[in-house]
Write a protein that binds this ligand. Structure first.
Ligand SMILES: Cc1ncc(COP(=O)(O)O)c(C=O)c1O
Length: 440
């Protein structure tokens, strides 16, 4: 498997260079068509229909290996890479990361179910959530997950009660827990994905964290291991991670530190390159040790988008093209398969899958009954017309996860591609699926 990307070296393709927002190994073939995982995008569209999420399997594996190797290269003996499953909660993706030895971050009973179903041993699962229910905590205790990240005082009381009721399978061992801290550190990102500020719905403020630590030490059946902070997502600077580690150190030394996820990715080729996986991991390891983490301590990180976003492209078919003030190119998907542009103005780029040299300004619109259903406001496409296959890269994080059936649109399949072979790992929904929950 090829090594991981160098951001300064765009992947070269036949005749045309292809931005590294595309999955590892993507290229334009001799017909000028996009190939992902050795598979021709136009043929994929023909065989599996559109919209479709197309994932280069080797890309996911390479990134997982790059994270693990970076920890070892940075000298961190006990280093756990925890995939934030919310980014791409598809069984095949989770299975792949479980095979690669990663851990899994889950934020609900459903995600816990998915992680266990995909083969993550419970001891490699980290449970999050600011509103965990009794049922979710019970499930975590029964499976004795690797870590429960405690978010609030109510949760401490609930756990105490559930343990007293006998929900913990082995009380002698104790359920390992971390305290989630909001260190009042703000990274440069969209306010909707910023979580480290004092007024966040997640975790304990510094003062409350001290009290939570003291209380947790008294709860029989819970084993306080350390601290957690996730300051936000799509971060392109390393300084906020260092600042978060420094803040956590104020709360004392612990054998386990989890510095969350948040490493940003490139969604369009004109965006600045984020720090590399190696730079990011080295900075985290360095910061953890500079701020009191013991040499034999365990360090966890929880990347989501940095593991999966760039592994995937979405294929659409153009249904109509019209011109008024703008040139509107309407495709067969939209906010039901990628909500991010509508939710927080996330930028994407688009191409006609067999004509990449586009320079005609277009608005790439979805098919949903909302004016805001626009995938790319400033696409540059070459002569787009009905029937063309359009590709948007970097759709492997929070697209599948936030997909919906708005307007009765069925959710797309996930197709894994590797060395020229394509296989559906999650099928397209059918119209029957739309009525599957009806009680008649
Ligand atoms: C607790 C926690 N960890 C990890 C992540 C993953 O973030 P990212 O995909 O930006 O790496 C999130 C995202 O919401 C999160 O809330």
């Amino acid at each position: 498997m090829a090594a991981v990307w160098n951001d300064n070296q765009p992947q070269m393709a036949t005749g045309t260079s292809l931005s590294n927002v595309f999955p590892l190994g993507s290229r334009l073939n001799e017909h000028g068509r996009l190939e992902v995982g050795g598979c021709d995008a136009i043929e994929l569209a023909r065989e599996f229909g559109t919209p479709a999420y197309v994932v280069a399997e080797d890309d996911l594996r390479s990134r997982a290996r790059a994270f693990v190797a970076a920890g070892h290269d940075a000298g961190q003996r006990d280093f756990r890479v925890v995939f934030a499953s919310k980014a791409f909660p598809c069984t095949a993706v989770l299975e792949l990361f479980a095979q690669e030895g990663l851990w899994c971050d889950v934020a609900s009973g459903g995600e816990l179910y998915l992680a266990l179903h995909a083969g993550f041993p419970a001891e490699r699962v980290v449970l999050h959530g600011n509103a965990k229910s009794d049922a979710e905590l019970r499930m975590a205790l029964r499976h004795r997950v690797g870590l429960i990240v405690i978010d609030n005082f109510d949760e401490i009381e609930r756990l105490e009660r559930l343990i007293a009721e006998g929900e913990l399978t082995d009380r002698r061992e104790g359920q390992p827990v971390l305290v989630r801290v909001t260190p009042d550190v703000r990274g440069e990102t969209h306010e909707k994905i910023s979580t480290g500020q004092a007024n966040s719905k997640f975790g304990f403020a510094m003062g409350d964290a001290r009290e939570a630590i003291a209380r947790l030490r008294l709860v029989a059946g819970l084993s306080l291991q350390g601290l957690h902070a996730h300051i936000g997502s799509q971060l392109l600077e390393l300084e906020p991670f260092r600042a978060a580690a420094a803040q956590l150190a104020e709360l004392g030394g612990f054998p386990v530190l989890d510095l969350g996820g948040g490493l940003g990715v490139r969604y369009t080729s004109d965006q600045p390159a984020p720090p590399s996986i190696e730079e990011y991991v080295a900075a985290i390891v360095d910061a953890a040790h500079a701020h009191g983490m013991p040499a034999d301590g365990r360090l966890l990180i929880e990347p989501g988008r940095a593991l999966s976003a760039n592994s995937c492209v979405t294929l659409y078919t153009v249904e109509s093209v019209k011109r008024n003030v703008s040139r509107w190119v309407a495709v067969d998907g939209g906010m039901s398969d990628n909500l991010r542009p509508m939710l927080y103005g996330a930028p994407y780029e688009a191409h006609v899958a067999d004509r990449f040299d586009g320079d005609t300004p277009c608005v790439l619109a979805g098919k949903h009954c909302e004016s805001g259903d626009v995938i790319v406001t400033d696409a540059l496409l070459e002569d787009p017309k009905a029937g063309d296959v359009i590709v948007t890269p970097a759709t492997g994080a929070y697209g599948f996860a936030m997909a919906s059936n708005y307007n009765g649109v069925t959710r797309p399949p996930v197709v894994f591609c590797r060395e020229g072979d394509a296989r559906v790992v999650c099928r397209r929904e059918s119209f029957e699926d739309l009525t599957a929950r009806d009680v008649v």
